[in-house]
Each structure stands twice: as C-alpha cells, then as structure tokens.
Design a binder for this molecule. Structure first.
Ligand SMILES: *Cc1c(COP(=O)(O)O)cnc(C)c1O
Length: 370
C-alpha cells in the first residue's frame, strides 16, 4: 500500500488554480465596475456560451434546478401535467417538475448507457404528458433522435438536462446546437463548466422561450417595477458570469483531458471483467463521471479507499425511494433496472488536473481490488 496522499475524487482547488490569473482579473473587473446584477458580464457570457453551444440564445440563471423548472414553466408545464424523467437521475431533475405542481413520471434507462430508454418512454406517454426531460447523465449524451420523434408524434416538449454534459456531442453535433434543442445547464462548481458558486442557464433556438425565461428570472419584469407574471429571483450573478467567461475558453481542453483519462481507464481495465462505461458510436461524452459497476460495490469501494483511491456513488438512493417522493407510492422493486444501478455503481476519480501518476494508481488499485 502506498504511503502517498489519497487520489482525490475531484481536486477543485487545483482546477481553480489552473485559471487563477484569469479568475482574479474577472473578480477585479466586477468589483471595480461596481455593477453586480444583470449587467455586461452576464450579457457577454450569454453570448459566448450560446456561441460555444451553437445555440441562438442563452439565458443566465441562478442554478441548474431553476433552469430546469423555469424552462419547463415557460414551455407550458403546469399543475397536474406529467413530465417523463429518468428513474436514475440526480433528484434535481424530478424536483424541477414537482416545483411546478406537475408530476415526474420515471422511466427506466437502457442498462448499458444509463440514459432514457426511448421504447419505455413511448409506453409511458399518457393524455396528461406535456414534456420529456432526458438527462445527459455522467456526461454521456442521451439518444435524442428517437425521443424527439416520440415528442413530435405526441405533441410534447423536450427539455434536455445538460448539467453534466457541457460540450458533449450527439451524432457529431454539440449538445444545444440542434435547432430543436433546448438545454438547461448547471454551472455548480463541480460540473465540467463550473462557477465559483451556484450558477445555471438555458440555451435554446426559440427566441420567444428565451425571452420568457429572461422575464421570469427577474421577478417577471421587463421594465423595472412593472411585473407581468409571478416571476422568480433567479439571476446569474455578474461575478459568476465573469468567472464563467474566464473558464469557458478552457472547457474544450479540460474535456479533452477527461477523455484522455477515460480512455486510459477503459484500456487499463478492459480485461478484468468489470462493467465499464459503454459508448454508442454516435456519442462523444465529456466524462463528467467515470462510472463502473461492481456486484459487491461497497466492499470494493472500501478496498479502493484502503489502496488510496477516493470514490463516490452517483447515486446511492434513486429518487422514487427518497422520503421526498413517498407520496408518489412507487414501490421498491418497481424500477428494477435503476434500483440495481443504485446498488452497484461506483464513480472513479476523473478531472482535468489529474496527474498521469494518479491515473496509473487508480488503474492499479482497481485491478488489484476488483
Ligand atoms: C447538478 C445537477 C442539477 C442541478 O444543478 P444545480 O446547479 O445544483 O441546481 C440538475 N440535474 C443534474 C443531472 C445535475 O447533475
């Protein structure tokens, strides 16, 4: 066993350090400018991020949960409506639906990709379904074309949860770039594009929708002190927008580094019978997480910990078994694919500043502990 420090799960301090000069300059610009809410930094970030995604509009928001919820509301989702969500996502995806008085209807994933299974989505559509909310989980793009097809046939909206997938590509196209695509983003610090605090946003090609969301985020107001609708306070801060502008130019290289690590993991662990991430040929993931499965996950994680490798579980309890969703009365055992995932998945360290030495240590530890 090595006596060196543990391989951290994600080293935010070194990630932030990579951009420290630009981040300090950004902070100075905002502090000396004396304008902190909805100013030039947010507007510039919206333009730059829309351009990065290949979308025509971006709207900066306070966090990813609000981005999902406000976008759904602007798409017409309201009380009593059903929204199809993945059964195995982070709970924010479900909460965004619940906050509108609408009902999250969980659908199981394709086992190999962890993303929504279009066939099951088709079977879950009812007369009350208003929208489908696919998540690009772990940074792997969901299979959007069949989902869009179902949505067209049933007159449903599609909102993508891109919180884990900044820069990923589906069939060669960056998420957000398709004219049909509206994506809610989170810029939580640990995401692939993270602020130094909370942040979120929406990209879309629908000008009316972008405008509605922009009005909703600012108290339902276009003109100060004139309020058209029951809006929110959900603005991206100027200082966070400035930080995000400092980091955006390095997103592609940070994602490339994650891809390099993922490829080394995939080849270094290929021959030991572990369940490794699967990439459909149309997917260019950005490896927000590198998730493997092990039938005796907790003991495996404990051995890795002793071998100096930090891991995490995404996620230990599926939303339908959380106390918050007791009222939906979805019995244990009724979503067996995701329940098995929640018992078996384990996320290995991955991040843009991880050293080659640490990557090798992880591979070695996994090989000897599996
Ligand atoms: C992080 C995350 C969110 C929520 O983002 P916040 O900015 O923390 O509100 C939503 N969906 C998924 C899949 C996430 O990973």
């Amino acid at each position: 066993m090595s006596a060196t420090a543990e391989v951290p799960f994600l080293d935010l301090k070194s990630i932030t350090g990579e951009n420290s000069v630009e981040l300090m300059q950004a902070a100075e610009r905002v502090i000396s400018g004396g304008w902190f809410i909805l100013g030039g930094e947010v507007t510039a970030f919206e333009r730059e991020y829309a351009e990065y995604c290949g979308a025509t509009h971006a709207v900066g928001l306070a966090n990813g949960l609000d981005a999902l919820s406000i976008a759904l509301r602007a798409m017409g989702v309201g009380p009593g409506d059903e929204v199809i969500v993945p059964s195995n996502t982070y709970i924010a995806t479900w909460l965004a639906v619940s906050h509108l008085g609408a009902v999250p209807v969980p659908v199981e994933p394709v086992t190999r990709t962890y993303n929504l299974d279009p066939e099951r989505v088709e079977n879950a559509v009812t007369s009350r379904t208003r929208a489908i909310l696919p998540v690009h989980l772990y940074g792997q793009p969901a299979d959007l074309d069949p989902l869009r097809n179902i949505a067209h046939r049933h007159g449903l909206k599609v909102l993508e949860d891109g919180a884990q997938a900044h820069g990923a590509r589906y069939k060669g196209r960056r998420l957000g770039s398709d004219p049909d695509s509206t994506v809610a983003w989170s810029f939580y610090p640990g995401k692939n594009l993270g602020a130094l605090g909370d942040g979120g946003g929406l990209t879309t090609h629908d000008e009316g929708l972008a405008e509605q969301v922009a009005v909703m985020r600012n108290y339902g107001s276009r003109v100060k002190y004139h309020n058209e609708i029951i809006g929110y306070n959900s603005r991206l801060d100027e200082i966070q927008a400035a930080f995000l502008r400092a980091k955006l130019p390095t997103l592609d290289s940070a994602n490339a580094k994650r891809r390099y690590i993922a490829e080394r993991y995939l080849s270094g662990m290929a021959d030991i019978g572990l369940d490794l991430p699967y990439q459909p040929d149309w997917a260019e993931p950005v490896w927000h997480l590198f998730v493997i499965r092990h039938p005796d996950r907790d003991a495996f994680a404990a051995r890795l910990k002793l071998a100096g490798v930090a891991t995490m579980i995404h996620y230990p309890v599926p939303p339908h078994l959380q106390r918050a969703y007791e009222h939906l009365s979805i019995a244990e055992g009724s979503l067996p694919i995701s329940e098995a995932m929640h018992r078996e998945v384990l996320s290995l360290p991955i991040g843009p500043t991880m050293s080659d030495e640490d990557v090798e240590r992880v591979i070695h530890a996994v090989r000897s502990c599996a």
